[in-house]
Design a protein around this ligand. Structure first.
Ligand code: SAM
Length: 387
């Protein structure tokens, strides 16, 4: 399976220059009738052309937002070509970018956007709770039998789902795979973690797993059709695959996420950066999942769509809590989410990222902004008579 050209990890070095970028956008001011003029929030105005909207210079010109300039009422306050690599010390030789660590080049040559350090993992734990709650704490959607034998969680991260699943099904062997060895060691006895690159050919026996589970894997895979073919191969006839994922494009139903705002920029630049390294970041907005599963041979394809508020702005009790989890996660590590894709791929400087992140945090705090992500849960079955 092909991977994109390897982009080396870069730490800033004296005398190094950033990649060539378009000229900065000119200074901006709020237009009459704009949300800012209406007192909704203070946004940098959108750069005049789309290319400029994808660069960071524009954000540097804004300067840091003032933390305390919001009306208290509108602010939230404090509230291997084979897939399996052997465990060796080289998998801990993490890539280092601007003080953050990423998976080791010894494990895979693929580009993956998220750091694997403690700061990012801490934020993921809260997020896991929010993602679970969004789907009413249903660990799985497929009608699994009580006597299932083997389940695999691809891109397990810190193994939150795998641990919960292994606890619920103590007689089932659970495997969690990842390219970073960041899983805990105190786990249920029926759970094992493996360091393995899911974008390569899978080495598990054919017709082996009752369930292949994939969650929050956006931006990880270049060829989803190939990925689902591998999943089909290892899935038992009559077994299931579940893929629960989202799109980072931020939307609002009431227009409160304004073009050119940090929230608007966030999703658009992430999606464009992912596109430039051959990935789709918009799995929940398009039909990649359903079409890939169908092409691989899965049947009984079912879809559930959900909206995840990015802060606790919703009147709905559940969505308010989901929003609080999303808010805590994102505001704790905006830099971690954007650094690789904005910096290494799109050429933003660390300073531009830093100013942008401050604006993003400020907008996340503003309860007049009703931004949300799309999430999509897709589950499907391997035909009983399949080989
Ligand atoms: C955003 S995290 C989500 C983790 C977990 N599924 C959850 O819901 O909390 C995605 C994980 O996929 C892992 N990953 C990325 N590319 C991968 C690949 N090609 N093969 C296996 N794991 C990968 C990353 O290291 C990261 O831990």
């Amino acid at each position: 399976m092909s991977t994109s050209a390897k982009r080396k990890a870069v730490s800033p070095t004296p005398g190094s220059s950033p990649p060539a970028r378009p000229a900065p956008a000119g200074p901006t001011s709020p237009a009459a009738g704009s949300p800012e003029a209406a007192g909704v929030s203070s946004f940098p105005a959108a750069p005049a052309n789309t290319d400029d909207a994808l660069t960071g210079a524009h954000w540097l010109q804004q300067g840091m937002p003032e933390e305390d300039d919001q009306d208290a009422d509108s602010s939230l306050g404090s509230d291997v070509e084979s897939s399996t690599a052997s465990i060796s010390s080289s998998i801990f030789n993490y890539r280092m970018i601007n003080g953050r660590t990423y998976h080791s080049d010894a494990v895979t040559d693929i580009e993956y956007w998220a750091p694997n350090d403690e700061k990012h993992l801490d934020s993921l734990e809260i997020y896991y709770h929010g993602v679970e709650l969004l789907n009413d704490h249903q660990l799985h959607m497929s009608p699994l039998k009580d006597n299932i034998e083997r389940v695999i969680d691809i891109g397990t991260g810190a193994g939150f789902w795998a641990i919960d699943f292994a606890d619920k099904y103590p007689n089932c062997e659970v495997i969690g795979t990842d390219i970073s060895p960041m899983q805990p060691s105190w786990v249920p006895p029926n759970l094992n973690f493996e360091i393995s690159d899911a974008s390569k050919e899978w080495t598990y026996k054919p017709n082996y797993f009752d369930l292949v589970h994939v969650r929050f894997f956006v931006g990880a895979i270049e060829d989803w059709n190939a990925f689902y073919r591998e999943a089909f191969k290892v899935c038992k006839p009559g077994g299931w695959i579940e893929h629960y994922d989202h799109s980072p494009v931020v939307t609002s139903d009431d227009g409160s996420v304004v073009p050119g705002s940090a929230m608007d920029t966030y999703g658009k630049v992430l999606a464009e950066a992912a596109r430039r390294i051959g990935r789709s970041a918009t799995l929940a907005d398009d039909d990649t999942m359903e079409e890939g599963l169908k092409a691989a041979g899965f049947v009984n394809i079912q879809t559930k769509r959900m909206k995840m508020p990015l802060s606790p702005w919703s009147d709905d009790k559940k969505l308010k809590e989901v929003g609080l989890c999303a808010y805590s996660t994102l505001s704790a590590d905006v830099e971690g989410v954007v650094q690789y894709l904005f910096g290494n791929v799109m050429g933003w400087t660390p300073e531009e990222i830093s100013v942008f992140a401050a604006h993003m945090r400020r907008e996340l705090k503003d309860k007049n902004i009703h931004g949300y992500y799309h999430w999509k849960y897709v589950w499907a079955q391997k035909p009983e008579d399949a080989q």
